[in-house]
Design a protein around this ligand. Structure first.
Ligand code: FDP
Length: 344
């Protein structure tokens, strides 16, 4: 059961009591930067055109002014916090920070950039890893998700929440706008298993592979279909908002691979999107897969590698995995359209 906090404990005191000192320092630096980013977001257009395109990033994707501001705020705050290097979605190469640092950070400084102008929830996603010994190189970041020391999201919505894990459960701190201090509001999040919500960009339906098409079709058919009950769809278009809603309310989220060029491995990045999200989801009692494998077991091939991502309540994710399973993979394409499979 989700355990709320009743003592109004500050984030600093909570981390001092629950996290190793060096790790607490990194999380505190990240939290400090998030306050800077949040206060910039709160001013909206009064602080300048945060959604303005400032050029393509290293991958050819439009980079917004707020992407760049957030990237600089987080990297700036991590200097001197014991972090040897950072991989950021906004930069092609890693950034070297403290040469004697013992941690690495992978970060998406601003998730949901296309929603900035519309004043819709956006956020930051990060992952903390141990820094292997030796001169820093990109290969040091290529660690599977099970090796994360911490992961978290800052959710810039109607209020600011920080959901994080250091490997034993997920806690949430909320930023108090009165004094600019994060206070623990939920000591332990337990994701509900029962939910009728699914979340996917249905505009891509014609590009999906058979397992995803078949799974979603069965949900959409509702009471008249094989599942015999109705479902509901939510799609914010900021993954961070879908992650947070799923942590608190359950459901299932899918950004699968599809047949579009460049989407062979989905859209989301393994190191600083899928991996930290998977750790948060698992630590709250849910599951996260790429269709076939738990996200946390995947060995990253490069720092910006993408991965399909399906996460949510455990039984729902297990069901999706059955659609992807050997039997489904082998039998779905020819039978697709009659849809008699995998409806357990
Ligand atoms: P964005 O590029 O706007 O930062 O991380 C990528 C992401 O947002 C997710 O937050 C969002 O859900 C997704 O892209 C939206 O992608 P589609 O437009 O392909 O659905």
């Amino acid at each position: 059961m989700t355990v709320p906090s009743t003592v109004n404990e500050g984030l600093g005191a909570f981390l001092a009591a629950t996290a190793p000192k060096d790790l607490a320092r990194v999380l505190t630096a990240l939290a400090d930067a998030s306050i800077e980013v949040a206060s910039r977001i709160r001013r909206g257009p009064l602080g300048g055109a945060l959604h303005a395109d400032v050029g393509p990033d290293h991958d050819g994707v439009a980079q917004k002014a707020l992407d760049v501001f957030a990237d600089q705020a987080f990297i700036g705050a991590l200097k001197g916090s014991g972090v040897r290097g950072v991989v950021s979605e906004e930069r092609e190469d890693f950034v070297a920070l403290d040469s004697d640092g013992t941690f690495l950070v992978a970060i998406d400084p601003l998730d949901g950039s296309s929603n900035i102008e519309a004043n819709i929830t956006i956020g930051t996603i990060f992952s903390v890893l141990d820094a292997p010994p030796g001169t820093l190189e990109a290969a040091h970041f290529l660690q599977r998700g099970t090796r994360q020391r911490a992961a978290g999201i800052f959710v810039y919505g109607p209020h600011i929440d920080f959901a994080f894990t250091i490997g034993h459960g997920v806690s949430v701190a909320t930023l108090d706008p009165e004094d600019g201090v994060y206070r623990i509001t939920t000591r332990r999040v337990e994701m509900p298993q029962a939910s009728s919500v699914f979340s996917i960009n249905a505009a891509n339906a014609r590009h999906w592979k058979a397992p995803v098409r078949s799974y979603i079709e069965d949900l959409v058919e509702g009471e008249e279909g094989p599942r015999g009950r109705n479902f509901n769809m939510r799609w914010v278009g900021s993954m961070i908002a879908e992650v947070y809603r799923t942590l608190l309310s359950g459901g299932v989220y899918l950004y699968p691979e599809d047949s579009r060029e460049g989407y062979e491995n989905g859209r989301l990045r393994l190191l600083y999107e899928a991996s930290p999200v998977a750790l948060l989801i698992e630590q709250s009692g849910g599951a996260a897969i790429d269709g076939y494998r738990p996200i946390l077991t995947i060995e990253p091939e490069s720092i910006h590698v993408r991965s399909p991502l399906i996460f949510g309540s455990k039984d729902k994710v297990e069901r999706v995995a059955r659609y992807y399973g050997d039997e489904g993979e082998a039998r779905l394409p020819p039978l697709f359209g009659k849809r008699g499979l995998m409806r357990r």
